[in-house]
Design a binder for this molecule. Sequence first.
Ligand code: ZN
Length: 286
Amino acid sequence: MMHWKGFSVNYSGWRRRWFYPLISVVVALSVSLTAPLPGRAIDLLPLLFQGVQVFQLSNISARQEVDLGKQINQQILSSQVRLYDNPEINRYVEQIGQRLVRYSDRPNLPYTFQVVDNNAVNAFATLGGYVYVHTGLLKTADNEAELASVIAHEIGHIGGKHLVNQMRQKAIASGVATAAGLDRNTAVGIGVELALNRPRSRQDEFDADRRGLRTLIRTGYAPSGMVSFMQKLLKGGSGPAFLSTHPATSDRISALKRSINNQSNYGSYGLDGNAYRANIRSLARS
Ligand code: ZN
């Protein structure tokens, strides 16, 4: 176990979890090398560890970021986050996400959109393209533009590398970063903690809104969807989770309205509420 500031990671537990996929990679490698000796897989392990074990969060490559995002994903899915098993809904969210990615700040990153089985009105992103949307949020949105605005906002967090920077700050504050960087276990542990109990900064939220709104507009969605969704959360009180993890909502609404007024020629896609309800039909039934 390693500990810092009230946070602990079950070191051996998670090590086991990512160790198995790694072994299968090694086995696949060995198979492709034709007729490997029995001990070969073990010999390859140290080689695989080199280059991936220490991260410089201040200068992380896209490849390392995706790798960290994947490790964090495996960790949170094996503990606190349960995915929603509904191919139709997953495909729908994935489609909207990929459409937005093309017009985002980091279109070349591989993105993974997942639906979380949770009635809280919430969504979050980690790093390396991993975006999570709760079923509660899908139910609360009234049209596709509103849903797309949240996904675009989360893509904006990845565009701004907000979690990467938070992880770096946390590592420095906790004194776990060395001159060489941060070892992979520690980086994943910090990432998981921040992903689940993320103290979102006001500055990051405004930045994600700015990036998200730009992406939403470029994609052709009605930018009003972003405003109406946030207003709904403020008025209805239906989104305590989203509001608590996304501070300063009324200020954000004002800022959005100002930026929307300053631009012109918007698309109007995604405002058809009936089409949206048809798309999430299987969600409403369950
Ligand atoms: Zn946010």
